[in-house]
Design a protein around this ligand. Structure first.
Ligand code: FAD
Ligand code: NAD
Length: 509
């Protein structure tokens, strides 16, 4: 059962009011939360005005529906009547109106590519755009989808071969620093999907295999030459005549942002308490998945809540903060650890909290803009985290102390409401004792009388006290993560203190 209050939801500080990526959100009227929208879509009301009929929409017809009280929008060739959704849109009516009567695909992709609009707006579907006939030159095969001349130079290629028991798919990229984080492989029900990230592009091998294979998949990477091998074990030792049938996006090389999110089901294997309201969830990836989430990146979790698919971002952490930095921690690659605050009124986190050990949840490929190189050249690293905004700092902190030789100072300034809210306080204090480069400062916004430490919210005086270059010209990186107002204010104060945009990284979806 979902524990969702019908009114006064979302609360003023709710995530449903906070745009991903720090964009301004407008306050929604009471009764206009995501859950209220889901309820309306299930009510049986005719939301398109077409009594369930689907029509072909011409550009002229689409353009006519460009008013708040009659608004149609096209996303990826499908037209939706979003008039009933206006008051429920977390970004406000004006944002939605920017695409009124037009193709909103680009706008949608810029703002919330990860939102599952097909599910959210399924009751608003009017139909498909009518396709204009295009005269195709005779005798030409469809070209591989490649963007730009520079991308074309880097286009990977693939080949495959077999032995009695194995199928090996070899992908040749021209990327010299190819590594495990850039290779994502899934193989489910004979469907193989191998994605290789090359800069901001993605190459995909996607086939319906000719025969069944066993569950475990091996991936070998020759880092220096940029060669990736995906090794599958045949279920039956028979000769394959072909690798399989190419699926729609097979052998394409396109911008990463244009690739749809891919999900695989992961099993919840443990759930442990971190604080009174925050839990560490351990999810096990399928044996047929090869996926490593890079530092500072997040994944999307997808759950069906009251019949609608809802998607939210979460940043994987380590199972604990390793104290011994002599060797980088071994990552088993088979588990994802997520530190998640359960909100008593939270639509998604309440549903997550109701998952039982052994249940499955859909997890997407990683996304995010943080690059290790940003920290590799830094001498002073400052991490400003508020609440669960601590999550991207975990792997970052570990990487910085383990693998960045030039670092002199690593300071975490951790903002919380109360002492009870501080995540991994003991571990952080132990780490500070162990490594003299690392310092942690806790700042509470709602402390009890006994708190002797710093108090307040993010402010210019606090930042000028704690964010300082160790030398006049030292290279600094300041990472910020927390509620959107916290992040926005932090960036502004830092700029006022003279730090440049290049010295600041904010974590957003
Ligand atoms: P909603 O239904 O959106 O909100 C419901 C209720 O939550 C509100 O009524 C309010 O009571 C409460 N609430 C929400 N936010 C606040 C707040 N800031 N202060 C007070 N009350 C609040 N969250 C994690 O826990 N761990 C992560 O690793 C993590 N990673 C993220 C990564 C990215 C890139 C982004 C953008 C967000 C991340 N989040 C993370 C937040 C997460 O995506 C959800 O927004 C969050 O779990 C709330 O979802 P919900 O549907 O339960 O809450
Ligand atoms: P919280 O409500 O417990 O607040 C923690 C601290 O944040 C407060 O003590 C205060 O110092 C500061 N704060 C809160 N609201 C503020 C405001 N309006 N102005 C200035 N400072 C403010 O925090 P929480 O419930 O743990 O929420 C964590 C937030 O971090 C969520 O919004 C979540 O979406 C975000 N988050 C983002 C990412 C990411 O990668 N972008 C990752 C994890 C969490």
């Amino acid at each position: 059962m979902l524990n969702v209050p019908p009114q006064a939801f979302p609360a003023p500080s709710s995530q449903q009011r906070v745009a991903a990526g720090g964009r301004a959100k407008v306050p929604l009227k009471p009764g206009r939360s995501l859950m209220d929208w889901i309820r309306l879509t299930k009510s049986g009301r005719d939301l398109t005005g077409l009594k369930g009929r689907l029509i072909e929409v011409t550009e002229d017809e689409l353009a006519k529906h460009n008013k708040k009280e009659d608004c149609w929008i096209c996303i990826r060739g499908f037209v939706y009547n979003v008039t009933p959704y206006m008051e429920y849109h977390p970004g406000g009516e004006d944002e939605l109106m920017k695409a009124a009567g037009a193709d909103g695909t680009d706008l949608f992709d810029q703002v919330h590519r990860w939102v599952n609009y097909e599910s959210m707006l399924k009751e608003c579907l009017v139909g498909r755009m009518a396709v204009k006939p295009i005269a195709a030159p005779k005798g030409m095969l469809p070209e591989k989808k490649v963007l730009g001349a520079s991308a074309r130079d880097l286009t990977p290629s693939y080949d495959w071969f077999q032995t009695d028991s194995l199928i090996t798919i070899v992908i040749y990229t021209k990327q010299k620093d190819m590594n495990a984080e850039l290779v994502i492989v899934d193989c489910q029900d004979k469907r193989l999907r191998g994605e290789i990230i090359v800069d901001d592009h993605s190459y995909l091998v996607e086939v319906d295999l000719d025969h069944a294979v066993q569950e475990d998949v091996a991936v070998n990477i020759a880092e220096k030459v940029g060669k990736v091998e995906i090794i599958l074990k045949k279920k039956d030792n028979i000769h394959w005549k072909m690798l399989g049938q190419a699926l729609e996006s097979h052998n394409t090389f396109i911008k990463r942002t244009e690739r749809g999110l891919f999900y695989r089901k992961c099993k919840l294997v443990s759930k442990t308490e971190v604080t009174h309201d925050t839990k560490l969830l351990c999810l096990m990836l399928p044996r047929s998945t090869h996926l490593c989430v890079p530092i500072g990146q997040h994944v999307y979790l997808k759950q069906t809540i009251a019949g609608t698919e809802v998607v939210k971002p979460y940043t994987p952490v380590l199972p604990f903060l390793p104290l011994d930095f002599k060797e980088p921690p071994r990552h088993d690659g088979a588990h994802l650890y997520l530190m998640i605050k359960i909100y008593s009124c939270g639509l998604f986190t309440q549903a997550l909290d109701h998952l039982q050990i052994g249940d499955y949840i859909s997890v997407s490929n990683p996304e995010g803009s943080f690059k290790k190189s940003q920290v590799q050249t830094s001498e002073d690293l400052f991490l400003l985290a508020a609440g669960t905004g601590f999550t991207p700092m975990v792997k970052l902190l570990n990487f910085a102390l383990t693998e960045v030789g030039c670092l002199r100072t690593v300071r975490l300034i951790f903002f919380n409401k109360t002492e009870d809210d501080i995540l991994w306080r003991n571990q952080l204090e132990q780490l500070a004792l162990k490594d003299e480069r690392f310092e942690v400062q806790f700042i509470l916004s709602q402390p009890t009388k006994d708190w002797v430490g710093k108090q307040g919210k993010i402010s210019s005086p606090l930042l000028s006290e704690f964010v300082k270059r160790s030398r006049k010209d030292s290279k600094v990186l300041i990472c910020i993560c927390g509620p959107t107002p916290f992040t926005e204010q932090g960036v502004q104060y830092l700029k006022d203190l003279g730090y440049s945009q290049e010295e600041i990284h904010t974590f957003t979806a």
